[in-house]
Design a protein around this ligand. Structure first.
Ligand SMILES: [Zn+2]
Length: 350
């Protein structure tokens, strides 16, 4: 083990219970033999962590250091991490696929590592990156391209979610698409869809400031407080509906909007996790013979594709991404839960 820093404690944002988080001194993580220790540069707050923060998520139990969308610099390397991998040396700038897989189960062997039977999420089942330091298995670590900033590198994980969602939409070239939800995943998915040649892309959200973000990128915005989203989409698509819709919110109303706004034989992609269960218009889905497609996280291939899109500037950060000190983490959790305004992604800086 090569160690480069001294003290045995570090600062971390510890979630201590529903709607409570405080910066505390906690023990430094000790990387296992096949892990690296990373000094965190940026760590984004994920929508799933907002429900975790409120105490609505069975996966997360306090006290917990959350945080899984991060970038940083390697400061120590375990003895079993393959030598001759200069990309995983002390000083390397990296991001991490936080959905740790074992690489041996039936799902992993089928290339669906995100469905690994033994998966463990950094920041949920083990300490995360809302901290000065985080440990991660070496096989989950991705070196950043030399010209990619650490700030952009921290967007790799949410961008990978968008890449996977689009990959599950089938052929999108020349097709009309509806995205419900203009949070980070909706914004990133829009950018991927535009690159893949989608025709009209509508985005619905009740937050006008978030809609302005995506309108600036060229999307067709719909505020359900001002227009009937479904009838607007039907009117704009010759009465038939979009080929594909994606619910990036996860409420009964938004899931139903997607079904109603999608063409017969079309596809509804579900990625938002706001409600654990919802009433769905199943008879309509059957009569329209729609495909209901869930999209969850990403595979390592999706992470690489996402990093490539970010590196080439096909997907970019706008004013909707802001940086904030880790000490302001609890305040930002509260704001994101309440009224986030135009902010869709907060990158905490330890
Ligand atoms: Zn597995």
């Amino acid at each position: 083990m090569s160690e480069s820093r001294g003290s045995a404690a570090m600062n971390a944002l510890v979630w201590t219970g529903p709607s409570e988080a405080v910066v505390q001194q906690v023990p430094r993580p000790v990387p296992a033999a096949d892990e690296v220790l990373i000094e965190v540069a940026y760590c984004g707050i994920c929508g799933s962590e907002l429900s975790g923060y409120l105490g609505h998520n069975a996966l997360r139990k306090p006290p917990l250091v959350m945080g899984h969308e991060f970038s940083g610099e390697i400061v120590a390397v375990g003895p079993d991490v393959a030598t001759g991998t200069p990309a995983l040396a002390v000083g390397s700038r990296v991001t991490v696929d936080p959905m740790i897989y074992d690489g041996t189960c039936s799902q992993c062997r089928a290339g669906k590592q995100h469905l690994c039977l033994n998966r463990q999420l950094i920041g949920a089942s083990r300490p995360g990156a809302f901290a000065q330091l985080v440990a991660a298995p070496a096989h989950m670590v991705f070196p950043l391209p030399s010209d990619m900033s650490l700030r952009i590198g921290a967007l790799s994980e949410p961008t990978a979610c968008a890449v996977r969602a689009v990959s599950l939409m089938g052929d999108v070239r020349g097709r009309d698409i509806l995205i419900v939800g203009a949070g980070a995943i909706g914004l990133l998915t829009y950018q991927v869809l535009r690159h893949r040649g989608a025709a009209q892309v509508f985005i619905a959200d009740t937050n006008p400031a978030r809609l302005a973000n995506v309108e600036a990128l060229g999307a067709l915005i719909l505020n359900p407080r001002e227009v009937d989203v479904v009838s607007h989409v039907l009117d704009a698509t010759g009465g038939e509906g979009v080929a594909v819709s994606m619910d990036a919110v996860g409420k009964a109303v938004t899931r139903a909007q997607c079904v109603a706004a999608t063409v017969r034989g079309g596809r509804v992609v579900l990625s938002g996790l706001h409600e654990e269960s919802s009433i769905m218009p199943v008879a309509d889905i059957i009569r329209k013979e729609q495909v209901i497609q869930a999209a969850f996280c990403y595979t390592p291939v999706n992470v690489r594709d996402a990093m490539d899109l970010l590196d080439r500037g096909v997907v970019s950060a706008g004013d909707w991404v802001i940086d904030a000190p880790l000490a302001d983490g609890a305040m930002w959790f509260d704001r994101l839960v309440g009224d986030p305004g135009p902010v869709a992604k907060v990158l905490l800086v330890p």
